[in-house]
Write a protein that binds this ligand. Structure first.
Ligand code: NAD
Ligand code: ZN
Length: 359
């Protein structure tokens, strides 16, 4: 047996207001005054006072990006080409500020600035040859674990698949819970539940080991504090959810996710359903696989008065169902983690169709 030798984020700063240190953190990484830092920033901050706090010097540049759609390979290639055209030197660093969407874009652009061709060529496992440009992740919403993960999930012309590589993780992460202050409740819940579902899928999976369990249990405790136990002061709640996301990401790094993610990939591929809400839509129907987790999930939905969309699959035709089913059944390690090597005895196309029809 070969054990995976797993890269981790080498530097992290945590604390309310820690964003103010960004300038001094990145300064030593500046190659020269012509080599800019490029800040990829969620456009929700475009005319907010926060944007004024981004520490620009010399030729540094902010690119605001809309996060309504998840990252695409074409978008990554265009960003890379635009940066290369505008500047004659490689950037000193790429800094992603936002949720999973902006953090994944920053990781992918940093890789593609240092590697030839299209990002499509690197979707998969360990295909990246050259180390990425220095890159920093700064989450402004908590749950995906993209701030610690070894992947950047991209939708390409043929597949939705991550660039999984040792060069993908951030060189630096800034965890400032204050940056999450403006997240709307529904989105807070959907992205937060991504973390909760990571924990349930990791902790009940057949791939579980002490490494994953130690992070998964801590993350689940923090999720319980945030979503179940009374009402925490807002600041404490933001701090805890940020650390839950981190630990949840660490947990799945050494295990795998499960049924909700496998099925939500199908929804996302066909309908463009976004990750957080897609996981919630699916998880709501998974009592059979995760009885305790789903019971608690439903309580949390009620408690926070959040709406989980339904009826997505009401008007789909056979070919569309088949597409979703094929994408989902293609996620072999996820099914294997959830149900063991003989998962195909439980999960058949017919079974998946019945489940999707309820969503
Ligand atoms: P997101 O980045 O898509 O953002 C969701 C919404 O929240 C957007 O409308 C955004 O503008 C808004 N938002 C973000 N921060 C805000 C703030 N502080 N105030 C107000 N609004 C704010 O959300 P997400 O759920 O964090 O990320 C989903 C993406 O992450 C998907 O593309 C998914 O594929 C990816 N993902 C990646 C990994 C990984 O390991 N790389 C893991 C899970 C998910
Ligand atoms: Zn997820």
């Amino acid at each position: 047996m070969t054990f995976r030798n797993f890269p981790m984020v080498p530097r992290v700063v945590f604390g309310c207001g820690s964003f103010n240190q960004l300038g001094e953190i990145i300064a030593p990484k500046r190659v020269n005054n012509n080599s800019p830092f490029i800040f990829l920033v969620d456009d929700v901050f475009q005319s907010s006072p926060f944007a004024e706090r981004i520490p620009l010097e010399h030729r540094d540049k902010i690119i605001f990006i809309n996060a309504d759609t998840e990252p695409k390979t074409s978008q990554v290639d265009e960003l890379r080409d635009g940066i290369k055209q505008e500047f004659d030197e490689l950037p000193s660093g790429i800094i992603g500020i936002g949720g999973g969407t902006l953090m994944d874009l920053a990781k992918a652009v940093a890789i593609m600035l240092a590697n030839p061709g299209s990002s499509v060529d690197y979707q998969g496992w360990d295909l990246v040859k050259n180390p990425a440009v220095y890159h920093v992740g700064i989450p402004t919403i908590s749950g995906t674990g993209a701030e610690v993960s070894r992947t950047t999930v991209l939708t390409g012309p043929e597949k939705k698949l991550g660039i999984n590589s040792d060069y993908t993780p951030f060189d630096q992460v800034v965890l400032d819970p204050d940056l999450c202050a403006g997240v709307p409740v529904n989105q807070w819940f959907y992205t937060g539940m991504d973390c909760y579902i990571h924990c349930i899928e990791s902790l009940t999976g057949t791939y579980l080991n002490a490494f994953s369990q130690s992070y998964g249990e801590k993350s689940l405790d923090l999720c319980n504090d945030v979503f179940c136990n009374g009402t925490l002061p807002e600041e404490e709640s933001r701090e805890k959810l940020m650390m839950a996301s981190w630990h949840g990401g660490m947990s799945i790094a050494y295990s795998q996710v499960g049924v909700a993610h496998a099925m939500s990939y199908g929804l996302s591929y066909l309908l463009g359903t976004r990750h957080g809400v897609g996981n919630c839509i699916v998880f709501d129907h998974l009592e059979e696989f995760y009885p305790e987790g789903v019971k608690q999930f439903k309580e949390m939905v009620d408690r926070h008065g959040v709406e989980i969309p339904g009826g997505l699959c009401a008007d789909l035709n056979d070919a569309e169902f088949d597409t979703m089913i094929n994408v989902s059944m293609g996620m072999v390690p996820l099914w294997e983690n959830a149900l063991g090597k003989d998962w195909k005895q439980v999960i058949t196309p017919r079974k998946l169709r019945n489940m999707y029809e309820k969503m």
